[in-house]
Design a protein around this ligand. Sequence first.
Ligand code: PAF
Length: 297
Amino acid sequence: MILCRTIAELKNELYKIKHSNDQATIGLVPTMGFLHEGHASLMRQSAAENTASVLSIFVNPMQFGPNEDFDRYPRDEERDLAIAQANGIDLVFMPEVKEMYPAKPRTSVIVSQLTERLCGASRPGHFDGVGLVVSKLFHLVQPDRAYFGMKDAQQLAVIQQMTDDLNFPVEIRPCPIVREPDGLALSSRNVYLSAEQRQQAVVLSQSLASAKEWVAEQGMTPEELLSRVKAKISEAGQAEIDYVEWLAYPSLELPAWNEPIAEHRGKYILALAVKFGATRLIDNSLFVTNEEVYNHV
Ligand code: PAF
């Protein structure tokens, strides 16, 4: 496995891969490091589908708000490199901030509409920073495929839209959410939780599991569903709800609010963001109509 810290090194190594085999395909797994099994599953999928896999590890300051956790975002270079090596990565790109942004960028990548709700509303400017860095990574690596986890379902929708709008020649590969045995979705931010918050955080996946049953109830409306989910989350004493939303996916448009869910057609997302102390966790479930019944997918 090769480690590149500069763009020049990255380009040089990619040139060698592409010119040693003109059929070579490149997979890109963009991350902010502090890798966990969720990231490892993306790396393994990339390794299985491509000639060579590139892992980027870059805590991107452009996607953090002024009062967010950029400075304290967890980092562990040595452990990350070991995980990358064990999961089929050929090349790790780990630049410093000044390598990616030698000067303040004057270009914005703004995906409209899809960024208006959910994390886009709670974290103004977040997706502009994601769009900018992912565009730069796509230009630098020129991957055939790029791998993103479904836990960040809005990010995935935004990146797919950006890829389509800007004609990036990249296939976006969504990968399933990976969970702890008790259901908590893996996240680098889980390390911030106290023991008690960690216990309580399981309420996110539990409320999604309950929602799978509630959705099937006759006459269930988005309004009633969301109020039940909120009530369930609030049973955890330290949980502070940021949002609970039921939206069409991937358009992220609002459904008819008080019409029975069974009358809606297509794919929907139930998306949650909940704070435990200073730690904000997200989770979601996708639902799709099958004839007249909503099935969880
Ligand atoms: O999902 C993440 O870790 C980040 O948002 C990404 C896609 C690596 C961009 O910095």
